[in-house]
Design a protein around this ligand. Structure first.
Ligand code: BDR
Ligand code: CA
Length: 317
């Protein structure tokens, strides 16, 4: 079967790092055209470095890593170092990788790569602020037709926010970019907090992962330790939500998620609710003529996501 061409846009980030491990383990199915880093959980120099550390850890140094945008479109960078640590990957000994960063800007890479593909061919996976793709859309609107779908982690409806009472981190960090993506007319699949908060990295699941025993699985567990503690303490759950790997789980096996085609609007004006995702789940506003623009994930087979993650990590043995 032909491999699915994908571009991964991320801000590693602990859960981003596990998302990359998952994706790299499936290169027989995924044609990973490149990884683009963005300023997000930690500044860009660290997200680009961390992505390359995961390439080296997993032995996938032939995957090109690009640096994209340093900061959001219209506001200052709001990091999440309180969750991910100052270096963005608590639990991992970070270092300057031998593998170089590509010289080309990540936005130019996205534009040129999409232009070289056929219509509706490439999947974009985004697990950080959406600054890179929004910038690419603004500079080169013609590339939109080349995208099959954008699978992104962001937003919340029943679990409304994790960085403010109203907003999820990736959307809050760059709401103007998210607004451009959702208004682009390109198919989007939104994996938000409503599902990721059910994919908990419980002690039993981390133990199961540790038993896989190879260095990638052990690193994933080392990452999940501090990451999970932060969110377990905050939410009073057995383990924190494993957000970003859900995007790759969706790409590999969409049946693990149930989605509904809805209208989603991003709040870009209010100081109080900046980055809020207003999801018209019930299509309940007769006066609303806002178009349906995203496939909103609202159910997840969480055991299935973990089974898939274990299988991915086992490939590194
Ligand atoms: C998202 O925010 C980031 O801190 C995580 O990496 C994830 O992408 C969850 O809200
Ligand atoms: Ca992320």
């Amino acid at each position: 079967m032909a491999k699915l061409p994908i571009i991964i846009d991320c801000d590693p980030g602990q859960d981003d790092a596990i998302m990359l491990m998952m994706a790299f383990s499936q290169r027989d199915k995924l044609d990973i055209l490149g990884v683009v880093a963005v300023g997000g959980n930690v500044p860009l120099d660290k997200t680009g470095r961390n992505a390359r550390i995961i390439c080296e850890l997993t032995g996938h140094t032939d995957i090109p890593v690009y640096a994209g945008c340093v900061r959001p479109l219209a506001r200052d960078l709001h990091t999440a170092v309180e969750v991910h640590g100052e270096e963005g990957m608590s639990g991992v000994d970070v270092y300057e990788p031998d593998m170089p960063l590509q010289k080309k800007h990540g936005v130019d890479f996205i534009i040129e790569t999409l232009r070289a593909h056929k219509d509706a061919e490439v999947v974009l996976v985004i697990t950080g602020p959406m600054t890179n793709l929004a910038t690419a859309f603004t500079q080169a609107p013609d590339i939109k037709s080349k995208i099959k779908e954008i699978v992104l982690m962001g937003g919340g409806r029943t679990i409304v926010g994790n960085v403010t009472p109203s907003a999820e981190y990736n959307i809050y960090a760059d709401p103007h970019a998210a607004d451009i993506i959702y208004k682009s007319g390109v198919k989007t699949v939104t994996i938000g907090l409503d599902v990721t908060h059910r994919v908990l990295a419980s002690k039993a699941r981390v133990q199961r992962m540790k038993s896989i025993g190879n260095k990638v699985a052990v690193t994933a567990c080392n990452i999940l330790g501090p990451y999970s503690f932060y969110d377990s303490d905050k939410y009073g759950t057995d383990g924190g939500p494993l957000h970003d790997p859900c995007t790759i789980a969706y790409v590999l096996d969409p049946g693990l998620f149930t989605t509904k085609f809805c209208n989603l609007e991003v709040e870009t004006g209010s100081e109080l609710t900046l980055g809020h995702t207003s999801v018209d789940f019930w299509h309940g506003m007769p006066e609303s003529e806002r178009p349906k623009n995203t496939h909103w994930a609202y159910e997840v087979d969480d055991d299935g996501v973990y089974d898939l993650l274990y299988r991915c990590l086992e490939t590194f043995s």
